[in-house]
Design a protein around this ligand. Structure first.
Ligand code: ADP
Ligand code: MG
Length: 384
């Protein structure tokens, strides 16, 4: 699927050629998990998988939406009727972006949209953010709104939080909107300051594999809410705005102050050590020691499994099997309870390792996982 094909399909659907074609990628988070709602650090990079959207503006208050990936006709919505949580279909994501732009005072008077995606959905690779960002960028260009990337990301987050009704941090949308090819994005979720950190795996003979377990355990939504509330409680007990404000050097003292709050202690320990791990990875990549990030990734997995308790048997099996078969490091990525894991390995170990993971899944009676290589790719852009 290329830009040309998406444009041609648009023309078939709507009778005229699109005014432009835009693309926005999914993302994978290298390190920095469950830190984004604690004002902390994350480090995603963009995947080669992306949503491509052909879009034209309209001036009659109508939005028409079509996805090549959904078996459905063209949906037609009226701008006046857009209301938060009024839509349970996929159309809520692009419509939410139109709503968020208009709410922020930007004059968007309608659109015709056709999109097609190679980002696996529900695998923790942010297909939803890619859909939002591609639409936001297209409308920003078509309506000459002059918004910056980080502003588009904020509006997309608002679309997902308020319009769709899914609580998420700012990482996914920022990654899709702002990442650069060959780099990971070191993002401070408090002030949205960004640094693009060179992450050239191939030059070191390394590969980063994404293993999509293809499971999503049903209770994940409620568990996310509980972790978030627990982190807020920890911050309140420690008298800080967010757990980001607990310095790593003062972690032991902070934990001691939490007394017998067992659960809060575990959550705080994960968040504070995870922020520190992001900083360690940034330092290692800056000094060209890519291989040395492996153990830090693996440490992050142990913390998510034992302290934050968001892993699951499938994710633990990927990590355990990968490490037993030569991986330099491995961890679950994304919110947890299913979704994907990342594995850092020498290029020469990739085949054996992939086979070992597939065999381990078969032996455990799990669904066959999907394994692919993640090459740090460009963020959202106009492609035609
Ligand atoms: P993730 O972002 O981890 O892939 P989400 O549950 O946040 O998972 O978002 C997935 C949802 O995003 C899908 O259920 C669908 O509503 C919407 N979506 C993603 N990709 C597409 C697509 N190509 N066409 C239509 N809707 C899509
Ligand atoms: Mg999502």
């Amino acid at each position: 699927m290329g830009a040309q094909q998406v444009a041609e399909r648009f023309t078939e659907l709507y009778g005229t050629a699109p005014q432009g074609v835009w693309a926005a990628p999914g993302r994978v988070n290298l390190i920095g998990e469950h830190t984004d709602y604690n004002d902390g650090f994350v480090m995603p990079f963009a995947l080669p998988h992306q949503v491509i959207a052909a879009v034209s503006g309209r001036d009659d208050g109508v939005v028409r939406l079509h996805s090549a990936d959904v078996e459905d006709g063209v949906a037609e919505l009226s701008l006046d009727a857009l209301a938060p949580q009024s839509d349970r279909e996929w159309t809520a994501y692009p419509a939410g972006v139109v709503w968020a732009l208009r709410q922020a005072g930007h004059e968007v008077t309608g659109a015709d949209i056709h999109l097609s995606s190679t980002v696996p959905t529900g695998a923790g690779l942010s297909s939803s953010a890619a859909v939002e960002v591609v639409i936001a960028l297209a409308l920003n260009d078509l309506y000459g709104l002059g918004l910056q990337r980080w502003q588009l990301a904020r509006l997309c987050q608002r679309a997902e939080n308020v319009y769709v009704g899914v609580p998420t941090g700012i990482m996914d949308q920022t990654a899709s909107a702002c990442c650069e090819s060959g780099h990971a994005l070191f993002l401070d979720t408090r002030d949205l300051s960004q640094q693009h950190i060179p992450f050239d795996l191939a030059a070191e003979g390394l590969r980063l594999l994404v293993v999509d377990t293809r499971v999503k355990h049903a209770h994940s939504g409620g568990e996310y809410g509980k972790r978030r509330a627990g982190c807020e409680k920890g911050a309140a007990l420690l008298g800080v705005d967010a757990l980001r404000d607990v310095p790593y050097a003062e972690l032991d003292a902070a934990l001691a102050r939490l007394g017998d709050e067992e659960e809060v202690i575990r959550l705080v320990r994960h968040v504070v050590t995870e922020d520190h791990r992001v900083e360690r990875v940034v330092g290692l990549l800056r000094s060209g020691e890519i291989r040395a990030i492996g153990p830090v990734l693996t440490e992050g997995h142990a913390s998510l499994r034992d302290d934050f308790r968001v892993s699951c048997p499938e994710l633990d099996l990927v990590v355990g099997t990968a490490l037993a078969n030569g991986a330099l490091g491995a961890r679950m990525t994304g919110g947890g309870f299913g979704g994907s894991a990342v594995v850092l390995a020498a290029a020469t170990d990739v085949d054996t390792l992939t086979k070992a993971v597939e065999e381990a899944f078969a032996a455990a009676g799990f669904t066959t996982p999907r394994v692919f290589e993640a090459v740090p790719s460009p963020g959202a852009r106009r492609v035609e």
